[in-house]
Design a protein around this ligand. Structure first.
Ligand code: NAD
Length: 350
């Protein structure tokens, strides 16, 4: 029997709104009813793309055929649009970061409960293959007990000069990219709560909002996790660096270049000292080939279409939501702890 499609409309037809339109157009599970954007140029662009354009947000919300709404507008507008949409009885898929703080998010979650509608967040980077590779290495403990994970995204273009560099619109890299890295951390580690975080924000190219940050989390059992976003990095550090007791893995870039290096013989400890101009060291001498083995990264496969397939299945068939509000709230608390730590220049206990 053919599945009933989800009737969906999109508010905000900018960069990400048009991504949602493209994604939905390749899927059999959803039917795009139309879009609304406050910018006449973007409405014109949508019409030129053959998309139905509503005359106002209210007209879109009044359309009884629309079951769900995706919100793809600047971060500070998510709360009022989500409340209006849920108030009109629509299910809501909100872009990340879902809101500016936990207070706003609480209002959204309460509204979805009161109205009995689904509320989820587009944490699409749970489907990124670099993340899934690291999650697999962590889950399978391929390199022995993992004691350190470093997750970085580095660019060199500064912060975009749109609403993302303005505090009142919810700009800044903690909210923009941090939310992805922290959601990945939370899900990879089984939603374990960190014991503490120490964070620093950067303002290299922008005074109004953070244009990067570094946060070091301490978990129980001697596991540390570093999350770092930089926008003034003309040489990028690896996307992922993972240390287990018996080996190290690295993923250099989005193309998934990387490798695993594992010890093959702990007993062969003899090292030829490295001699530098001013001294020598055995401790830091590189390993010789016969004491280590190199392995390729494991293969993983993912399909971002699963995000909307899950939303449809939740609404029409009562399936379990993949991105639940509780997880989103956990990440929101973590981001608030990052801001507190950076502001007070101290370790924050969670
Ligand atoms: P954008 O500036 O390209 O587009 C935003 C659009 O929203 C614009 O067309 C603007 O006219 C419209 N808009 C603003 N206020 C509105 C309102 N009140 N009602 C209707 N339309 C309104 O921004 P973007 O890059 O598309 O980002 C939008 C959202 O998507 C942000 O929350 C951002 O964080 C998120 N985003 C997510 C990802 C991801 O990978 N999940 C990637 C990029 C952006």
């Amino acid at each position: 029997m053919e599945k009933k499609k989800l009737n969906i409309a999109i508010i905000g037809y900018g960069g990400m709104g048009s991504w949602h339109v493209r994604t939905l157009s390749h899927m059999n599970d959803a039917n795009l009813c139309g879009i609304w954007d406050i910018d006449p140029d973007r409405r014109e662009a949508a019409a030129a793309d053959g998309i139905h354009v509503y005359g106002s947000q209210q007209e879109l919300l009044d359309d009884l055929t629309v079951e769900a709404i995706t919100i793809a507008t600047p971060n500070d507008t998510h709360l009022p649009i989500a409340l209006a949409a849920m108030g009109a009885g629509k299910h809501v898929i909100c872009e990340k970061p879902v809101a500016l703080n936990s207070n706003e998010l609480t209002q959204m979650v309460n509204c979805s409960r009161e109205r009995g509608v689904l509320f989820t967040v587009h944490q699409n980077r749970r489907w990124d293959e670099d993340y899934l590779i690291v999650k697999k290495l962590y889950d399978q403990q391929t390199m022995g007990k993992v004691f350190n994970i470093e997750s970085r995204v580095h660019g060199s273009r500064g912060i975009p000069s749109d609403w993302r560099n303005q505090k009142e619109h919810g700009g800044g890299m903690v909210l923009d990219w941090g939310v992805h890295l922290l959601d990945q951390m939370n899900m990879m580690l089984g939603r374990r709560k960190p014991r503490s975080v120490f964070a620093q924000l950067t303002n290299v190219t922008n005074e109004g909002v953070d244009d990067g940050f570094r946060a070091i989390f301490q978990f129980d059992h001697q596991l540390t996790f570093l999350a770092e976003v930089g926008t003034s990095n003309f040489i990028s550090m690896p996307r992922w660096y993972i240390q287990g007791e018996n080996g190290t893995a690295v993923i250099h870039d989005w193309e998934l270049n990387g490798e695993i290096v594992m010890v093959s013989d702990w007993e062969k400890r003899d090292a030829v000292p490295v001699v530098t101009a001013a001294g020598l060291t055995k401790t830091m001498a590189p390993r010789t080939d016969e004491t280590v083995k190199k392995y390729p990264l494991p293969e993983v496969h993912s399909d971002i279409g699963d995000f909307y397939r899950n939303v449809r299945a939740c609404i029409h068939e009562g399936a379990q939501l993949l991105v639940g509000p509780e997880e989103v709230m956990e990440v929101m608390y973590i981001m608030e702890a990052i801001f507190r730590s950076a502001e007070q220049n101290c370790v924050v206990y969670l």
